[in-house]
Design a protein. Structure first.
Lengths: 483, 494
């Protein structure tokens, strides 16, 4: 089902391209030794280079380059052995040198691809045009004083990767899936923490609309959208706005817009005429960035298994369906957790427990997989207790809840609470006999053909045995006595 | 007089304990006190710290730990950031700026034991050829035309204060920076030696930037040997400057006594510009004769793109400066003129802070980088620059060094050329090509013109072959026997 906007003149297709700014995970900034930790006191992580004092010079941080290369490799992209840094010139108070060092004409990473997964189970390949390194600006705080603005330069000079997609996305859902997938890949690679709330991933969204089969129409760029949800909303409202303009006989102006999440609209930030002339030119303080093929090969060899490969492996190795595999590999930590549970056990059962009871427990307790109250090994031990018939599935749920609450090992809980499954056929037969004796009417109904009541009897027997009866033995005994 | 010694002589005197660093510094401070009010060679004096540094040098010598420049009093162009010592770039916009850090070059000099007498005047942000654009007033050239003691001439620029200070014996040596001739032209105007080393030889870290791809630090002194000693201390790889060359620093001073026998010296025919003064041409010819006498063989060579040098330079340098000077915005340091909003703050601060020449170059640079003009100007200039570079590469396949005049004239009067920037820019016609190519070039005093004003010859060498440049310049120095002295100098003020 393709996404369209129905207008008075027919159906409109939406064309979307994303420019994602991903903050590089690194100890120091792109061109200075200042620290990059989030949440530090304002202006405590600023070097003279970041503050653009006279005579200060940038020196490239090799680790940031390595991170960009790793990301490029993770996107299956071409790594450019020679790239260059340019200056993008504009005046703003939180841009100390009056220019941003970026890669305009010669980015470090060329074309790549991201495979996205959609709700209907289909996948789609989205082209990545390029990835380049650039500096972040500082932060202007306009709400601290009635007449003054405050500037925090902690972020000034922090390394960003700008990852530009082809205009291959056709719906808000696809854009959301692209962002989530990109985030997953970056987190696997450890090149960006993907934390959109802290601003370490931000997206500029290019939106245009067209009738099916038409060439592209004028696009607008919605700047600096900072959550997947907002990106999807911004596309929806911006596309509708453009459809209305075209249908009213107008023309969409190419411009930069802002998404107002509170009011659910986009509004004009600056028109094409007001666009900056950035006067790009090669930064004469920096030499071209020349990469060594052997170094790239080294980085490639050290890459972790990436989500798509891991998903394929999960399907093959554990026999999981596509959906389960996709859910389990979305976070590296979840995938690791799952594999610890699944190794040597019933892999499908392990997936059900992780995606069902564990996720529910994490949601309820507000924990993450990394801080899960139930470690993977403990969940595995619980599965083992089921496999060796120490407890049955129903009791396992009870034990699991106790594990979440107390952090105790499953075996200990089973012993303490006396939850060991009853396999003594004498005890089971006695319980069955007692239940049948206590329900003569139901027994008569059953015998007159109402066989659905078998389940009722199972329930009654298990209840009488406090849930601890071995389900198979209970079934056998019932069948025998019901004759 | 101690102030009349060369740097090498002073160094030997200190080593032999004939006088102390404290005495040497006092002599220079006294000369500065007497003459600087008139010459205006220094913007900021550092008498107290200089005395302390001299005392340190004496103490170090007493301990047997004297560095190669221990106790040598120098003038520092006020473009080098000096920790705790005001650094203005001769601009109102940095008029109150005290850097919390020390440039790599001055840190190297301090480590060698040098004493800093003060910060030398210059054209604002090193933009000029006359030192007339300084926000702290012009510098007077200590030389006077014969029979006109009242004449006030420019020392050249942009390192005019450094050159005037060394010529007038207000320092034994000085640092300068050269972007298109800012060391060589003032050296020529003031009758002293000065070298712009290969781009990348000295770190640019901590030097207020004018045009990053061209700026290069270098020394002034009264002899070639003294320049070699200073450059040896200033140069060296600096990981803080990505364009600094990771190469060992040779023994430049030793290179000064190398023989020229068998060397081939190129004479670029394109430098024989139409309208060149007969005196300059004659001096150039004398230079050739001296080199021939020293055993070298003159060879005519061609640098076919020379005529585009100046035009190219005045696109590339302003383009870079328009971006480099964007940081002077009144927000974090230096001058601030408040405004109703951010744009007005920028406009008022920069209007009040920058002089005419700086503004002119920022405007030119902004223009040539603008959308629609970039290809026609900046990109074309970069291509021509590559051709100029190739000219030198090809010439140096045939010869070991080039000999040219340094400047088209001797020092001119203060105020001359001020209403005609193009005429002013022509001062750099012989110096700019070596800057565009990044190759080392030195001006050495070679004679006087008919007015008794000094003229220099320029020696240009292969990249990172300053040694040959020093050898050739030292030979000219020996053959020329230049011993004229400026009218105004320590102990002599008419």
């Amino acid at each position: 089902m393709s996404y369209v906007i129905e207008g008075g003149t027919g159906a409109w297709e939406v064309v979307i391209g994303l420019e994602v700014h991903a903050q590089v995970v690194s100890q120091a900034k792109l061109f200075s030794g200042a620290a990059t930790a989030f949440g530090a006191e304002p202006n405590t992580q600023v070097s003279f280079v970041d503050a653009a004092f006279p005579g200060m010079l940038p020196v490239i941080n090799r680790e940031c380059v390595a991170q960009a290369v790793r990301t490029g490799l993770g996107l299956g992209a071409h790594i450019n052995l020679v790239s260059r840094f340019d200056r993008k010139n504009y005046f703003y108070a939180d841009l100390p040198p009056g220019y941003q060092i970026s890669q305009y004409q010669h980015p470090i990473v060329g074309a790549g691809v991201i495979e996205i997964e959609l709700a209907d189970g289909s996948t789609k390949s989205i082209g990545v045009t390029r990835l380049h390194l650039e500096q972040d600006a500082g932060k202007s705080l306009h709400d601290q004083h009635p007449t003054k603005s405050y500037i925090d330069l902690n972020r000034a000079g922090v390394a960003l990767m700008e990852i530009v997609s082809e205009p291959d996305l056709r719906s808000p859902e696809e854009a959301g899936a692209y962002l989530r997938k990109l985030r997953t890949i970056l987190r696997y690679l450890g090149t960006c923490d993907g934390n959109m709330e802290e601003g370490s991933m931000r997206a500029d969204v290019n939106v245009s609309v067209r009738k099916h089969g038409e060439p592209f129409r004028t696009r607008c760029e919605v700047k600096n959208v900072n959550s997947v949800r907002f990106v999807m909303q911004a596309i929806e409202v911006e596309a509708k706005r453009q459809v209305e303009i075209w249908e009213a006989g107008g023309a969409v102006d190419q411009e930069t817009r802002l998404f107002d999440a509170a009011r659910g609209i986009t509004r004009s930030m600056r028109s094409k005429e007001e666009a900056h002339d950035y006067r790009y030119f090669p930064d004469p303080d920096l030499l071209p960035l020349v990469l060594d093929e052997a170094w790239i090969a080294e980085l490639k060899a050290a890459l972790p298994e990436l989500p798509d490969a891991k998903r394929r492996r999960f399907m093959q190795q554990y026999g999981l369906p596509f959906y389960d595999s996709a859910v389990l590999v979305a976070e590296q930590a979840t995938a690791d957790y799952y594999e610890t549970v699944a190794r040597g056990r019933d892999a499908k059962l392990a997936a059900n427990w992780v995606m069902g009871d564990l996720f529910a427990a994490l949601n309820r307790t507000g924990r993450t997989i990394e801080t899960s109250p139930v470690p993977a090994a403990a969940l595995g031990a619980l599965l083992d207790l089921m496999a060796d018939n120490t407890i049955n599935g129903r009791i396992a749920k009870e034990v699991f809840e106790a594990m979440v609450d107390t952090g105790e090992a499953p075996g200990a809980i089973v012993e303490r609470k006396g939850l060991r499954q009853v396999t003594d056929t004498g005890a089971i037969d006695a319980a069955v006999a007692a239940v049948l004796a206590a329900n003569p009417e139901k027994l008569a109904e059953y015998r007159s053909g109402k066989e659905k009541l078998f389940g009722f009897f199972v329930g009654q027997v298990m209840k009488a045995m406090a849930g601890k009866g071995n389900p198979a033995l209970v079934n056998d005994a019932l069948k025998r006595q019901l004759g | 007089m101690l102030t009349d010694l060369t740097l090498a002589e002073a160094s030997a005197g200190l080593a032999a304990r004939r006088f102390s660093a404290a005495e040497l510094t006092e002599a220079h401070l006294a000369a500065i006190a007497a003459l600087n009010p008139r010459l205006n060679a220094y913007i900021t004096l550092a008498a107290d710290s200089a005395r302390a540094e001299a005392a340190d040098a004496d103490a170090a010598r007493a301990r047997g730990e004297a560095g190669p420049l221990a106790g040598i009093p120098l003038a520092i162009k006020d473009l080098f950031c000096t920790a705790g010592l005001r650094t203005t770039a001769a601009s109102r916009i940095l008029g109150n700026f005290i850097p919390p850090y020390e440039s790599t070059v001055t840190a190297n000099l301090r480590r060698a034991g040098a004493v800093f007498l003060g910060k030398a005047n210059l054209d604002e942000f090193a933009m000029g050829s006359s030192n007339m654009t300084s926000a702290f007033g012009p510098v007077e050239n200590p030389w006077k035309p014969r029979g006109d003691a009242a004449a006030k001439l420019v020392p050249g620029g942009s390192s005019g204060g450094s050159a005037a200070a060394v010529a007038a014996r207000l320092a034994l040596g000085a640092t300068g920076t050269d972007t298109g001739g800012s060391i060589r032209q003032p050296a020529s105007f003031c009758g002293i030696a000065g070298i712009k080393p290969t781009y990348g030889r000295c770190s640019r870290w901590g030097i207020v930037a004018f045009a990053s791809s061209l700026d290069q630090a270098g020394p002034f002194a009264r002899t070639v040997q003294d320049c070699a000693m200073l450059l040896g201390a200033m140069a060296g790889h600096d990981p803080k400057d990505s364009t600094s060359a990771d190469r060992p620093v040779p023994d430049f001073a030793a290179a000064c006594s190398r023989s020229l026998r068998g060397m081939r010296i190129g004479i670029p025919r394109e430098y024989r510009a139409p309208g060149m003064s007969g005196e300059i041409e004659a001096l150039w010819q004398r230079g050739l004769d001296w080199l021939r006498a020293a055993g070298a063989e003159p060879v005519e060579v061609s640098l076919p793109h020379t005529k585009y040098g100046l035009a190219t330079y005045y696109i590339v340098a302003p383009a870079e400066c328009s971006s480099n000077l964007a940081r002077y915005d009144g927000v974090r340091f230096g001058l601030r003129e408040d405004g109703a909003d951010l744009t007005e703050l920028y406009e008022r601060t920069r209007a009040a802070g920058f002089g005419d020449e700086v503004r002119r170059r920022i405007l030119i640079g902004t223009y040539v980088l603008s959308a629609g003009y970039y290809d026609a100007y900046y990109l074309k200039a970069q291509k021509v620059r590559a051709l100029i570079h190739r000219d030198f590469t090809e010439a140096f396949a045939k010869v070991d060094a080039l000999l040219t005049p340094t400047a088209p004239s001797a020092a001119f009067a203060q105020g001359a050329n001020m209403d005609d920037p193009v005429q002013m820019y022509l001062n750099d016609v012989f110096t700019v090509p070596a800057s565009m190519a990044g190759v080392p070039a030195m001006s050495v005093p070679a004679g006087l013109d008919s007015d008794g004003l000094p003229l220099g010859l320029q020696v240009i060498g292969r990249p990172f072959d300053e040694e040959t440049v020093f050898a050739v310049a030292a030979a000219i120095e020996r053959e020329a026997g230049f011993d004229a002295q400026p009218a105004i100098r320590a102990g002599v003020a008419p």
